[in-house]
Ligand binder design. Structure first.
Ligand code: SAM
Length: 204
């Protein structure tokens, strides 16, 4: 999703953008970066063609090489690689969400209940996801809710994509022989504390 924000110089655009990014993540494409060398603060000084081409690339999910402009020297001083992040993180705990936003500024962090995955993500995940990685304590929920979560995740992903689950439990949080689910387990990793295992579930 691309959100455009317009306003005069000093009108507070940057503060709004900073607070939006803090809340929902994402990357910022600021007009100033597209200022031509020795450009003044006027529309003709902006490399609009490059900006529009970059927005098109980002919308197609491609990375861009965004110019870096120095207001001091009034020159382009470098290039910054901006890749549209497809990483969406769902976490219940608001404090952990804040930390995740700081650590992963290009990821989209959603504070919410992962057991409502479809409701949380349908509008956000426009292209099928490549994988779901879960550290959820699945055994705290009854089996029908675990299965609903798994099938909602399958519906958001490309065919054959994995639902990857970390667990400390000795047995699979999803029954190994359940319906159309194929389960594969890693070795138990004894050097992890507590010892853990990774399960990979795929839809047949
Ligand atoms: C065992 S911790 C794993 C932490 C982290 N995933 C990791 O691997 O270090 C489980 C995490 O899932 C979160 N969590 C538990 N239930 C949740 C739910 N229903 N929806 C979203 N997050 C949940 C907890 O807040 C906690 O951060």
């Amino acid at each position: 999703m691309i959100v455009g924000l317009a306003g005069g110089t000093g009108s507070g655009k940057s503060s709004i953008v900073r607070s939006l990014v803090e809340r929902v993540g994402g990357c910022v494409i600021d007009l100033e970066s597209y200022t031509l060398d020795r450009g003044d603060d006027e529309p003709a000084a902006i490399d609009t063609e490059l900006l529009v081409a970059h927005l098109d690339d980002l919308r197609r999910g491609e990375a861009i090489r965004k110019p870096v402009y120095s207001a001091e020297t009034r020159l382009r001083t470098g290039i910054q690689l901006v890749a549209p992040a497809r990483l969406v993180l769902v976490e219940f705990n608001p404090h952990f969400c804040r930390l995740l936003r700081e650590r992963y500024p290009t990821a989209t962090v959603i504070q919410g209940d992962a057991y409502g995955l479809r409701h949380l993500l349908t509008t956000l995940v426009q292209k099928p996801a490549a994988a779901v990685v879960s550290g959820l304590p699945l055994f705290t929920k009854p089996l029908h809710l675990r299965l609903r979560l798994l099938y909602e995740a399958f519906a958001l992903m490309m065919p054959g994509a994995p639902f990857i689950q970390f667990t400390y439990a000795a047995v699979s949080p999803i029954p190994k022989s359940h319906g159309s689910v194929k389960a594969q387990a890693s070795e138990r990793i004894w050097t992890n504390f507590p010892p853990a295992r990774v399960w990979v579930y795929r839809k047949h």
